[in-house]
Design a protein around this ligand. Structure first.
Ligand code: GLN
Length: 319
C-alpha cells in the first residue's frame, strides 16, 4: 500500500495498540464496498487506516492514513452543528427530531405525529439540516460549509466532483425523501439546491487523520487541538454528541452504545469517527461495509480499542 507507514508525534502506548489492531484486522475481508453510488464502487477494498488524535494535540496513526476518501455521512455530525449555530436548538428541533429510527440510514420515513425526520444522523434528517444552512445562494452556503470543515480539520478541503456528480445523478432515494419532507413543509427552500449541497457535503475529501482531528475537536469542547481554532460553539457539543451516541451508527446504534460506549458516526465510504469526551478522537477508514453500511473493520477496531483502553463512558473505573 503506497502510503502505508506508521507514525506518531508523541510517546504513548497508543501507537503499539494501533499497530496491533491494524495487523490483526488487515486480513479480515468480510463485507462489500458501497456500490449504489457508482464512483464509490471503484475504491480499493484493502485500504485500512486507524488514527487517534488527543485533546492535547498528539497524533498516532497507522496504515493508509494519508489516503483521501469522501467523508459521506460523517458530514452529518458537523452540518448538524452548523445548523444549530445558524438557528439555535429550539428552531432546529422543530425541523428534525432526536429519536433513533432502528431503520436503515436511507429509510424514507418521517415521524408520524410531528412529520419531522427522526434524527439528523440519517439521510432524511441530514437533508433537513442541510436545508437550514444559512447563506445568500448556493455558492455562499457551500463556502460556509467548506469553511466550517476547514476549522475542524485545520486545512482547506475540496469536493470530489466525480463522487458528487455520481451521487447527484443516482440519488433518487434522497430525492424522494426530500420530496416527502417538502410535502409536509419540513424543508422550505428549493429542494434541488438543498440536495446538491447535501451531495456536496458528503463528497468532501478527507483522510483518516482528518477524521481523528475532527473527532478530537468535538472531544475538546469544539476547539481544534492542533490549530487551537474554535470550530463550533461549545454550547452545542452536548447536542451533537448525544445524537451521535443514540443515532450515529444507524440500526446498529444500540449495540454500538452497549459494546463500544462512545459517540460515533459512520459513512458509506468506510470511515468511522468516535469521540471520547475530554480525551481523544478516533478515526478509522476501511471501505468494506456490513449490512448496516458500517465499516466491518472499523467496528471491530473500535470495539477492541474501547475494551483495551477502557473507553466505554459507563466503565466503572477502578472497581
Ligand atoms: N451520500 C450518502 C447518501 O446519501 C451518505 C450515506 C452514508 O454515508 N451512510 O446515500
Amino acid at each position: 500500500m503506497a502510503n502505508s507507514q506508521d507514525r506518531e508525534t508523541g510517546s504513548s502506548p497508543f501507537l503499539e495498540v494501533l499497530k496491533d489492531l491494524h495487523s490483526q484486522y488487515k486480513s479480515l475481508q468480510e463485507g462489500t464496498v458501497a456500490n449504489y453510488i457508482p464512483e464509490l464502487a471503484k475504491v480499493n477494498p484493502n485500504l485500512f487506516s486507524i488514527c487517534i488524535a488527543t485533546v492535547d494535540g498528539q497524533i498516532y496513526e497507522v496504515g493508509d492514513y494519508q489516503q483521501l476518501f469522501t467523508i459521506q455521512s460523517i458530514s452529518k455530525v458537523f452540518i448538524y452543528g452548523q445548523a444549530l449555530e445558524d438557528h439555535g436548538r429550539d428552531y432546529v428541533l422543530t425541523r428534525v427530531g432526536v429519536e433513533p429510527t432502528g431503520d436503515a440510514f436511507n429509510a424514507i420515513i418521517l415521524d408520524e405525529q410531528s412529520k419531522r425526520p427522526y434524527n439528523p444522523m440519517v439521510n432524511a434528517g441530514a437533508i433537513a439540516t442541510t436545508s437550514l444552512i444559512k447563506g445568500n445562494g448556493a455558492t455562499e452556503r457551500l463556502n460556509r460549509l467548506l469553511e466550517m470543515y476547514r476549522r475542524y480539520i485545520g486545512r482547506d478541503v475540496f469536493v470530489d466532483i466525480s463522487v458528487f456528480t455520481s451521487e447527484r445523478s443516482t440519488g433518487h432515494r434522497n430525492r424522494a425523501t426530500a420530496h416527502l419532507m417538502l410535502n409536509f413543509g419540513m424543508i422550505d427552500q428549493n429542494i434541488e439546491e438543498a440536495l446538491d449541497l447535501y451531495f456536496q457535503q458528503c463528497s468532501v475529501m478527507v483522510n483518516c487523520r482528518d477524521l481523528a482531528v475532527m473527532a478530537a475537536t468535538l472531544a475538546n469542547k469544539g476547539v481544534n487541538p492542533i490549530t487551537k481554532e474554535k470550530a463550533v460553539d461549545s454550547c452545542y457539543i452536548k447536542d451533537i454528541l448525544s445524537v451521535m451516541y443514540t443515532c450515529g451508527m444507524y440500526n446498529f446504534a444500540g449495540e454500538w452504545a452497549y459494546k463500544v460506549g462512545i459517540p460515533a458516526k459512520s459513512g458509506v465510504s468506510g470511515g468511522i469517527i468516535a469521540v471520547v469526551p475530554g480525551q481523544m478522537g478516533i478515526g478509522v477508514f476501511s471501505p468494506l461495509l456490513d449490512g448496516r453500511a458500517n465499516s466491518v473493520r472499523g467496528v471491530k477496531v473500535c470495539e477492541e480499542l474501547s475494551q483495551r483502553l477502557g473507553l466505554h463512558l459507563f466503565e466503572c473505573k477502578g472497581m
